[in-house]
Ligand binder design. Structure first.
Ligand code: PGA
Length: 248
């Protein structure tokens, strides 16, 4: 299976900055089939970047998308509108769940809408610090997976990518709260047991060049979802290089 390196830019970069970053990144990347490099720019930059990008080198993900195709939903952008622009869409990132109150039911609909529109959903699952401290990690992961996949048929499970993102390890300041490879192995095994073998499972949470190798070599991990470190071009390129080495 190929390796994925996905950079989630969150609410960073204006359109010009995003375009310059993409230009520089493409200059450094060879065409590659073994490592799928994906960037998730802010929505406003998606359309120009989708024209600029050389898809033999990398792909574009949306950070979010709505499940209704059209209608009176002020401020939303549908998966239908993202069609042809986004190759992937991140669904259920912990910031969407916790800051914007997106619940499992809504996320299941978003996963289905993405697939219906030919966009690969990257469904994020992960427990909070409190859930972890109560030993609820397995239960939380299975609940989020079941709900996230509830609107699609089992035949479509292999059209979804899962990202394990423990909420407590996201945006950790200078790596102060990192998941250990054992934490990741445990969660990824739980996820894998519930899904077909060919579903890619990624890890995300303060991934940087100094720990990417450790996460990418955890059995069952097919890539990383990178936030902060993906904003720094050299760090993102280093992580891609590590993925390439691990894959070969
Ligand atoms: P981080 O973000 O790498 O900055 O922790 C990861 C994510 O939120 O996907």
């Amino acid at each position: 299976m190929k390796m994925y390196v996905v950079g989630n830019w969150k609410l960073n970069f204006n359109v010009g900055e995003a375009s310059i970053y993409l230009h520089k990144l493409m200059q450094k990347l060879p065409n590659s089939r073994n490592v799928e490099v994906v960037v998730a720019p802010p929505l406003i930059a998606m359309q120009p970047l989708s024209l600029q990008v050389d898809r033999r080198k990398l792909k574009i993900a949306a950070q979010n998308g709505y499940y209704r195709d059209f209608g009176a939903y002020t401020g939303e952008t549908s998966m239908t509108q993202l069609r042809g622009i986004a190759d992937y869409v991140i669904v259920g990132h912990s910031e969407r769940r916790h800051i914007f109150g997106e619940d499992d039911k809504l996320l299941g609909k978003k996963v289905a809408a993405a697939i219906r529109n030919g966009i690969t959903p990257i469904l994020c699952v992960g427990e909070t610090e409190i859930e972890r401290s109560f030993g609820e990690t397995t239960e939380v992961l299975l609940d989020q997976l079941n709900a996230g996949l509830s609107e699609i048929s089992e035949e479509d499970y292999d059209k979804v990518i899962i990202a394990y993102e423990p909420v407590w390890a996201i945006s950790s300041v200078r790596g102060s709260k990192l998941a250990t490879p054992d934490d990741v192995a445990f969660a990824v095994q739980t996820i894998r047991d519930a899904l077909p073998d060919d579903t890619p499972v990624l890890y995300g949470g303060s991934v940087s060049p100094s720990n990417a190798g450790a996460y990418l070599t955890v059995p069952g991990v097919n890539g990383v979802l990178v936030g902060g470190s993906s904003l720094i071009l050299n760090e993102f390129i280093d992580i891609i290089e590590i993925a390439r080495r691990v894959r070969s």
